[in-house]
Design a protein around this ligand. Structure first.
Ligand SMILES: NC(=O)CC(=O)C(=O)O
Length: 328
């Protein structure tokens, strides 16, 4: 979706990250389980109910290049055109839309393998987003495919079966403008930077790091994107419970833009630290739902205290986000 020029002002809201477990090779089990966990996340007790629920990358199929063709669904969404859920060919889209409507909560529906609707020749790794009325409001196709080779540790080549998306995507809610990406997209800072410069106060990526790259970079990349862009940054992972195949790292996380160093930890009172935590929430490695309350005061104090957003030197280097806006 092309976001309107003025973003909504950031309001307090609560995110629920559903770190889904039990993603099996049986889609007829994966979908009801994901639905059950969405309902569980929505019916939180002892805390603010979530305004937005997020699922992980590749939640209806095992994560592996040999599985994408078998599990792919045709979605057939075109930005700016009405989408009729009733006639959708995607059973996952129907389930997610129904769950968003039933809970009355915004839903970032993780990602699924998608078959191109035009001639079926291309497959994408695609995230779908739903309003509380169950409308499919936007999709994001993973732009940067996960092609890596760390000898003896991990080799993965999404490009063997997938095609990379070619649009940047964001959406507006009554409480924030939210920038989208999927997993490996986080390693390309331009995407989050362009989202932030286009008014996103929050950046959310369904993801599935693994046991090699997760310990190396998962938290660092959250912190880097949050500090660079002075925005809230979150990735939602599957749980690490698969007996074979891809082992997800877990540790779904929300990080705020006002990062407190270990030195400030010692200098700040406990009460002020509670208001300015770096990692607002973090899951373990098993299935669980974690919540984070987004406080606009943290966002505004980060941007006014260290005003990099108004100090850029576009007389010295170009503003790449200007040209990028045209393709959104
Ligand atoms: N799975 C991914 O797309 C990315 C990942 O695991 C990494 O960047 O590390």
């Amino acid at each position: 979706m092309a976001a309107s020029t003025e973003p909504p002002s950031l309001k307090p809201f609560t995110i629920a990250l559903v770190q889904l477990g039990q993603v099996t090779s049986d889609k007829s089990k994966n979908l009801p389980h994901a639905r059950e966990m969405i309902l569980k996340a929505a019916s939180r007790e002892g805390g603010r109910k979530p305004d937005l629920i997020v699922l992980p990358e590749c939640f209806n199929s095992p994560y592996g290049v040999m599985h994408f063709l078998l599990y792919a669904e045709t979605i057939g969404f075109t930005s700016g055109q009405p989408y009729d859920i009733k006639t959708s060919q995607s059973e996952t889209v129907k389930m997610l839309s129904g769950a968003a409507k039933e809970t009355g909560i915004w839903l970032i529906g993780g990602s699924i393998p998608e078959r191109d609707a035009s001639d079926g020749s291309k497959l994408y790794n695609t995230c779908t987003v739903y309003s509380p009325q169950g409308e499919l409001v936007t999709i994001h196709r993973k732009i940067h495919l996960f092609d890596i080779d760390i000898p003896g540790k991990i080799t993965f080549k999404e490009s063997e079966t997938l095609t990379g998306g070619s649009t940047m995507n964001m959406f507006d809610t009554p409480f924030a403008r939210i920038g989208l990406g999927i997993c490996y997209d986080v390693r390309f800072p331009e995407l989050a930077m362009i989202a932030a410069r286009s008014g996103c106060q929050v950046i959310i990526y369904p993801a599935a790091f693994n046991m090699i790259t997760g310990p190396l970079h998962w938290e660092t990349l959250h912190r880097a994107r949050a500090v660079d862009n002075q925005a809230f940054m979150s990735m939602c992972s599957p749980a690490r419970d698969s007996v074979e195949g891809y082992q997800a790292y877990g540790h779904s996380m929300v990080v705020d833009p006002m990062q407190v160093s270990s030195l400030s930890h010692r200098l700040c009172s406990k009460e002020s630290m509670n208001r300015r935590g770096t990692v607002l929430t973090q899951a373990g490695h098993l299935e669980e739902v974690v919540y984070a309350d987004i406080d606009p005061a943290t966002f505004h104090s980060a941007r006014t205290g260290i005003p990099v957003t108004t100090q850029r030197r576009f007389d010295v280097y170009p503003d790449v986000s200007r040209e990028a806006r045209a393709v959104m």
